[in-house]
Design a protein around this ligand. Structure first.
Ligand code: 4AD
Ligand code: MG
Length: 430
């Protein structure tokens, strides 16, 4: 008999079904056993009644341990009280008996759980987070493709920094000297827009910053989007459209997951345009009112972002940061060249920065000047300067941190739970 995924079990109502999965919990009450079964696609309760099964099956149901794998057969019925299904078990075939599964029902500390990340991924909340992550990834492709962006893959091994020289992972590259793990594919997709107009990349990026916060990973997934003939304001519109689309898709596809995560969906239903928009100078003034001692020319730290985002029920763009705290490639504001034509998008409910973006410097001489000011190796940037020599156009782009968006939409404050295998300052295992 062909097996059925739990997510499709409704098509088997009042019929037999075979489920291939794992026992994640169980409980017995006299002559009835309740097996909680999961198969990756969902969860179902299996009911074993002593008088309805052979003595071998009854014994196996009693003996079977948490996280044992099994093929379970039974009739599908409607749950008497809830909007769900149950399996009236008639047969259990053991695949492998699990011994002393280390993650139990009692509370475990984060270190223990992270050491056992390879097993922790099976827990229902961790399962739900990865399903939401999958929705966000697919929604991103769908939205950007719909807006005329094509995916272009940027390299991971690079000859120079994109975001700042202090946060690079360095490696020896044969006879060519040092190579660095990419911090963002942006510079490469800037080249690709001169071929395709609108492009995005999506892949792992690496930051060697020694940050030990709930928002920092040393390896994380970034999506960079870039578009020719797009200036600052339109850049923000594209970001707003993308984030609204993603939130909608999660609400549409992940109600079960949000419930498992005890994530209140109400704040997500509010994610509709227009998002709020203030300047960096206005943000500083607001932060001072809220009790922060941030200096007028400072970048916002994690605490400042949390503080300011308690005030907003939708994402907020903070634009026009002092150019000196931002990356070398940002175009300056024509009205005040001390400011960059950039914006960070901060997520509400205290989550903070999820997107960083800007209009790019498109003038050859201005860009060369910035490369020199930032003491970047000119040779390594020759190709990037070429883009301003041969048909330069105004252009803009942005990059999102996938784990930050997953964390926000799932209501999970620490990014370490939003990536399957987190890489942190003090963690490289498993
Ligand atoms: O703001 P960032 O550094 O911007 C860039 O790298 C640009 N080149 C993007 C672009 O314009 N194409 O990083 C973009 C986003 C941040 O807003 C944040 O969401 C996430 O990446 N991010 C991190 N996520 C997890 N751990 C870290 N250490 C992160 N650093 C940045
Ligand atoms: Mg940033």
């Amino acid at each position: 008999m062909q097996h059925t995924f739990i997510s499709k079990i409704d098509s088997h109502l009042n019929k037999k079904a075979v489920i291939k999965g794992w026992i994640y919990n169980k409980r017995f009450s006299g002559k009835i056993g309740f097996l909680q079964i999961r198969d990756g696609s969902g969860f179902i309760q299996g009911i074993v009644v002593q008088k309805d099964v052979s003595s071998e099956i009854w014994e196996l149901a009693n003996k079977i341990t948490l996280e044992s794998s099994a093929i379970i057969e039974g009739a599908v019925t409607k749950h008497p009280k809830q909007e769900s299904y149950e399996l009236q078990v008639s047969n259990i075939r053991l695949v492998q008996m699990s011994e002393d599964y280390p993650i139990g029902k009692k509370e475990h500390g984060p270190d223990f759980l992270l050491d056992n990340r390879h097993l922790w991924l099976r827990s229902s909340k961790q399962w739900a987070i990865q399903r939401v992550r999958n929705t966000i990834i697919n929604a991103t492709y769908e939205y950007l493709n719909g807006e005329g962006f094509i995916k272009i893959d940027a390299p991971i091994l690079t000859p120079a920094a994109c975001e700042g020289t202090t946060t690079l992972f360095e490696i020896e590259y044969f006879d060519l000297g040092k190579a660095y793990l990419s911090q963002s594919g942006q510079l490469y997709i800037e080249a690709a827009i001169m071929s395709h107009g609108r492009v995005f990349d999506f892949g792992p990026v690496f930051r060697a910053e020694k940050s030990k916060t709930r928002r920092h990973l040393t390896e994380f997934w970034m999506m960079d989007a870039e578009a020719a003939f797009v200036e600052h304001d339109e850049n923000l519109k594209i970001q707003e459209g993308l984030v609204c689309f993603i939130a909608q898709k999660v609400l549409e596809k992940n109600q079960q997951e949000l419930k498992i995560l005890e994530r209140d969906a109400k704040p997500l239903e509010k994610i509709k345009p227009p998002f709020y928009r203030i300047t960096h100078a206005e943000a500083i003034a607001k932060l001072h009112k809220l009790g922060s001692d941030i200096k007028p020319d400072d970048d916002l730290g994690g605490d400042d972002e949390t503080l300011i985002m308690k005030e907003y029920d939708k994402p907020l763009f903070i634009e026009k940061y002092p150019a000196k705290v931002k990356a070398f490639y940002m175009k300056r504001d024509a009205k005040n060249p001390e400011l960059a034509l950039c914006a960070d998008m901060l997520a509400p409910e205290g989550f903070g920065e999820i997107i960083g973006g800007s209009q790019r410097e498109d003038d050859y001489d201005a860009l060369l000047g910035r490369i020199k000011e930032h003491k970047l190796p000119e040779k390594a940037f020759e190709w990037y300067l070429d883009l301003r020599k041969y048909g330069s156009v105004p252009h803009s782009g942005f990059g999102y941190g996938l784990e930050r968006i997953v964390g926000w939409l799932c209501g999970t404050p620490h990014v370490r739970e939003t990536i399957p295998f987190p890489r942190l300052l003090n963690r490289l295992y498993p």
